[in-house]
Write a protein that binds this ligand. Structure first.
Ligand code: NAD
Length: 329
């Protein structure tokens, strides 16, 4: 089976090759994203493998079908960038990797909380310059604080468990409450109440029509002054301009982002010699109480290995049988 692997960085290639070499899979690796601009690369392939920012819209899917592609193997959990209805209509199977190390993303959310709170991003630069003054680095104890978790699936549940370990009071909101989390002392409450009571709010729900711009001027109004917002899920959960307005007036006291709505133009690339043509993003980076990372929540050895192993398994073994939760279409 011939596979065109898109959005493939050297680290992806190394891990994928270690699982795919000496199998029936013949992989061709492309650094570029799959989109209408790059669809011409898909010639004589049976399958494509994509990542979070590939644009697998209905038009792309139609052209994939015309080229004889019968499978799309996503190397990520989220699938908001794939038109699943179009794939179903064209008879193209779509797989994802639903459960690769939820811990990796949950731990990254905690890293953002700890950085913003104890200001290690600022302390690092001060100490390098011989400045050991503490003014401006004051943090707070996490123990006893109220943490709201929106979306308590695999990653959200891992996040809640870690925050319980810090001695936080964990409030949850999900369409499907988890009895296991309730048994661990987490409390499910209506979303409005979570907004009102939380010192820290971390987003772990998927991006869909009901969660698009969930964090906006109206929801922010209901939150505590100085709230900490953490988004490691998908960029468009947060209305970036309205978050900036709330940073200016102090409603948001801390903002930690691993994802950004327009990230597909900048993330995963070295942009250090370019002028980033996104004034909202540039403005966001100027705030001392904002920490942005470039979609690296998943980026641990354990997660990369799990992604590669599952993707190869999806391509090798699940073409003719039901693969349960890994098959989306
Ligand atoms: P999951 O499917 O296990 O959990 C998602 C949870 O959100 C489910 O419990 C679901 O019921 C809940 N949910 C759905 N709609 C909701 C709504 N309107 N309000 C509240 N909850 C809602 O998914 P997961 O594996 O935990 O991943 C969560 C998200 O994390 C993914 O959708 C993806 O966007 C993101 N993610 C980010 C990275 C990264 O590197 N930053 C890596 C993997 C996944």
């Amino acid at each position: 089976m011939k596979i065109a692997v898109f959005s493939c960085k050297p680290y992806d290639k190394r891990t994928l090759a270690s699982y795919a070499d000496n199998t029936a899979l013949s992989m061709t690796y492309f650094e570029s994203r799959l989109s209408m601009e790059t669809i011409s690369l898909v010639k004589d392939f049976d399958a494509v493998s994509c990542f979070v920012n590939d644009d697998v819209n209905a038009e792309v899917i139609h052209l994939l079908k015309q080229q004889g592609v019968h499978t799309i193997a996503l190397r990520c959990a989220g699938f908001n960038n794939v038109d699943l209805d179009a794939a179903k209509a064209e008879g193209i199977k779509v797989f994802h990797v639903p459960d690769y190390s939820p811990t990796s993303v949950a731990e990254h959310a905690v890293a953002l909380i700890m950085t913003l709170n104890r200001k290690t991003h600022r302390a690092y630069h001060r100490v390098k310059e011989g400045n050991f003054a503490l003014e401006g680095l004051l943090g707070f104890n996490l123990e006893g604080k109220t943490v709201g978790c929106i979306g308590t699936g695999r990653i959200g549940a891992a996040f809640c468990r870690i925050m319980k370990g810090f001695g936080c009071h964990v409030l949850c909101y999900d369409l499907y409450p988890s009895q296991a989390l309730i048994d661990q002392g987490c409390q499910y409450i209506p979303l409005e109440e979570l907004y009102q009571k939380s010192d820290i709010i971390s987003l772990h729900c998927p991006l869909n029509t009901s969660t698009h711009h969930l964090i906006n001027k109206d929801s922010l109004k209901k939150m505590k002054d100085g709230v900490m917002i953490i988004n490691t899920s998908r960029g468009a959960l947060v209305h970036a301009q309205e978050a900036i307005d709330s940073l200016y007036n102090g409603k948001i006291g801390y903002l930690g982002l691993d994802v950004y709505e327009q990230e597909n133009k900048i993330f995963f690339e070295d942009m250090s010699s370019h002028i980033i043509q996104d004034s909202v993003f540039q403005l966001m980076l100027t705030f001392p109480n904002v920490v942005v990372t470039g979609h690296q929540g998943y980026f641990t050895i354990e997660a990369l290995n799990h992604i590669a192993a599952t993707t190869v398994d999806n391509l090798l073994h699940h073409q003719h049988e039901d693969s349960g939760s890994r098959q989306l279409a």
